[in-house]
Design a protein around this ligand. Structure first.
Ligand code: PLP
Length: 393
């Protein structure tokens, strides 16, 4: 029997991918399953982006590139930060990777020593704690309630930080809760962070564009420009341009840290896919109306889903500020029914009895809620929610 590393034994496979796989298995066995587990837009990648990639292949742009990304893509990223966020970066402050997931992975490996603490607000994107564990760091989870709209308070942040804290992770709009921090809320968190000059901040802006609020997108650096020198901004093309399969994400931050992340990447995967880099450049430099069209559809579905979920007895669903996720509470359903001990049992029940795949909130550090992805057509969503309602009544 093969002895595996403590490192791999300390983590679990991504639960969102597990739900997607379980739904696919049941479907393959002939069951009628609606998958609302996936974390990716249902739209096709826009034509002009695909055309740029096709041309890259024809032009023979099929070799290794610079490890940290092509100069042309890095320039497009620098211009994106300037145009959309008002941030200035030099080329040595940008690292392009194989998806936002690798960006965070590089960060954890480049920054953490055994026992270093990383503050992660829950509900969190499933991969943060496990990637911290792979790097032998210690995730420090801050729980939130639906009443506080799943956002941490400055007091919570202050209490969590100690001399072992290396990094605080912020993700707004959030996967899975869909909520976004306002400028005022970020300013208040920034006041706490200003007291701890050795702590770094990661702002994961992956859902920047999928936002329904009147207030424009802002992150901790917009709120507190003085934090820019110790903030690492993570972003990518996966969600905004419906490019999840292309695997391009990027990070911007202090040159020393970006250089260390590049070193890790140079000894693991090297450059991200050359063709996908050309496609990502086309996405960032090309027309942006494709993004607005997708966001309009998400908003429309969001409104339907929130209202329909609130119509189910015992379910409470807050309005999201963005993303393509709703994160309804099933606490009352779970408490009132003996057959479900927890959200995992409820998810299994809904998969078998309703034929609907949702991801249990415990996967995101928020047991009792469920993540429902509305990256699927309105008619499928109507059908799914009808089935959930029927199975529970
Ligand atoms: N960050 C968040 C909050 C996400 O939800 C995701 C994808 O699910 C990612 C980062 C990583 O995106 P990718 O690696 O597909 O670019």
């Amino acid at each position: 029997d093969v002895q595996l590393s403590n490192r791999v034994n300390s983590i679990k496979p991504s639960p969102t991918l597990a739900v997607t796989n379980r739904a696919a298995e049941l479907r393959a066995a002939g069951n009628d399953i609606i998958g609302l587990g996936a974390g990716e837009p249902d739209f096709d990648t826009p034509e002009h982006i695909k055309a740029a990639a096709t041309k890259a292949i024809q032009d023979g742009f099929t070799k290794y590139t610079a490890v940290d990304g092509t100069p042309a893509l890095k320039k497009a990223i620098i211009e994106k930060f300037e145009r959309e966020n008002g941030f200035q970066y030099e080329a040595n402050q940008i690292l392009v990777s194989s998806g936002g997931k690798q960006s965070f992975f590089n960060l954890a490996l480049a920054l953490l020593n055994p026992g270093d603490e990383v503050v992660i607000p829950a509900p969190y994107w499933v991969s943060y704690p496990d990637m911290v564990l792979v790097a032998e760091g210690k995730p420090v989870i801050l729980t939130t309630t639906q009443e506080q709209r799943f956002k941490i308070t400055p007091e919570q942040l202050d209490e969590a930080i100690n001399e072992k804290t290396r990094l605080v992770v912020l993700n707004s709009p959030s996967n899975p809760s869909g909520v976004a921090y306002s400028m005022a809320e970020l300013k208040a968190l920034g006041e706490v962070l200003n007291k701890y000059p050795d702590v770094l901040i990661a702002t994961d802006d992956m859902y920047e564009h999928i936002l329904f609020t009147e207030e424009p997108f802002c992150n901790i650096v917009n709120a507190c420009p003085e934090l820019k020198d110790r903030t690492i901004v993570l972003n990518g093309v996966s969600k905004a341009y419906s490019m999840t399969g292309w695997r391009i994400g990027y990070a911007a931050g202090p040159a020393k840290l970006i250089g260390a992340m590049k070193k890790i990447q140079s000894q693991s995967t090297s450059n991200p896919n050359s063709i996908a880099q050309v496609a990502a450049q086309a996405a960032l430099e090309g027309p942006q109306d494709c993004v607005g069209l997708m966001v309009d559809a998400f908003k429309h579905r969001h409104d339907f889903v929130v209202n329909a979920m609130n119509d189910i007895d015992g379910v409470e669903c807050i309005r999201a500020d963005g993303t393509f996720y709703a994160f309804p509470s099933f606490h009352k359903v779970i408490e009132s029914r003996a057959e479900f001990d927890d959200d995992i049992a409820l998810a299994e029940f809904l998969l078998k009895e309703a034929g609907v795949a949702l991801v249990p909130g415990s996967a995101f550090g928020a047991p009792g809620n469920m993540r429902l992805s509305f990256a699927t057509s309105l008619s499928v969503l109507e059908n799914a929610i009808e089935r959930i309602k029927a199975a529970l009544s």
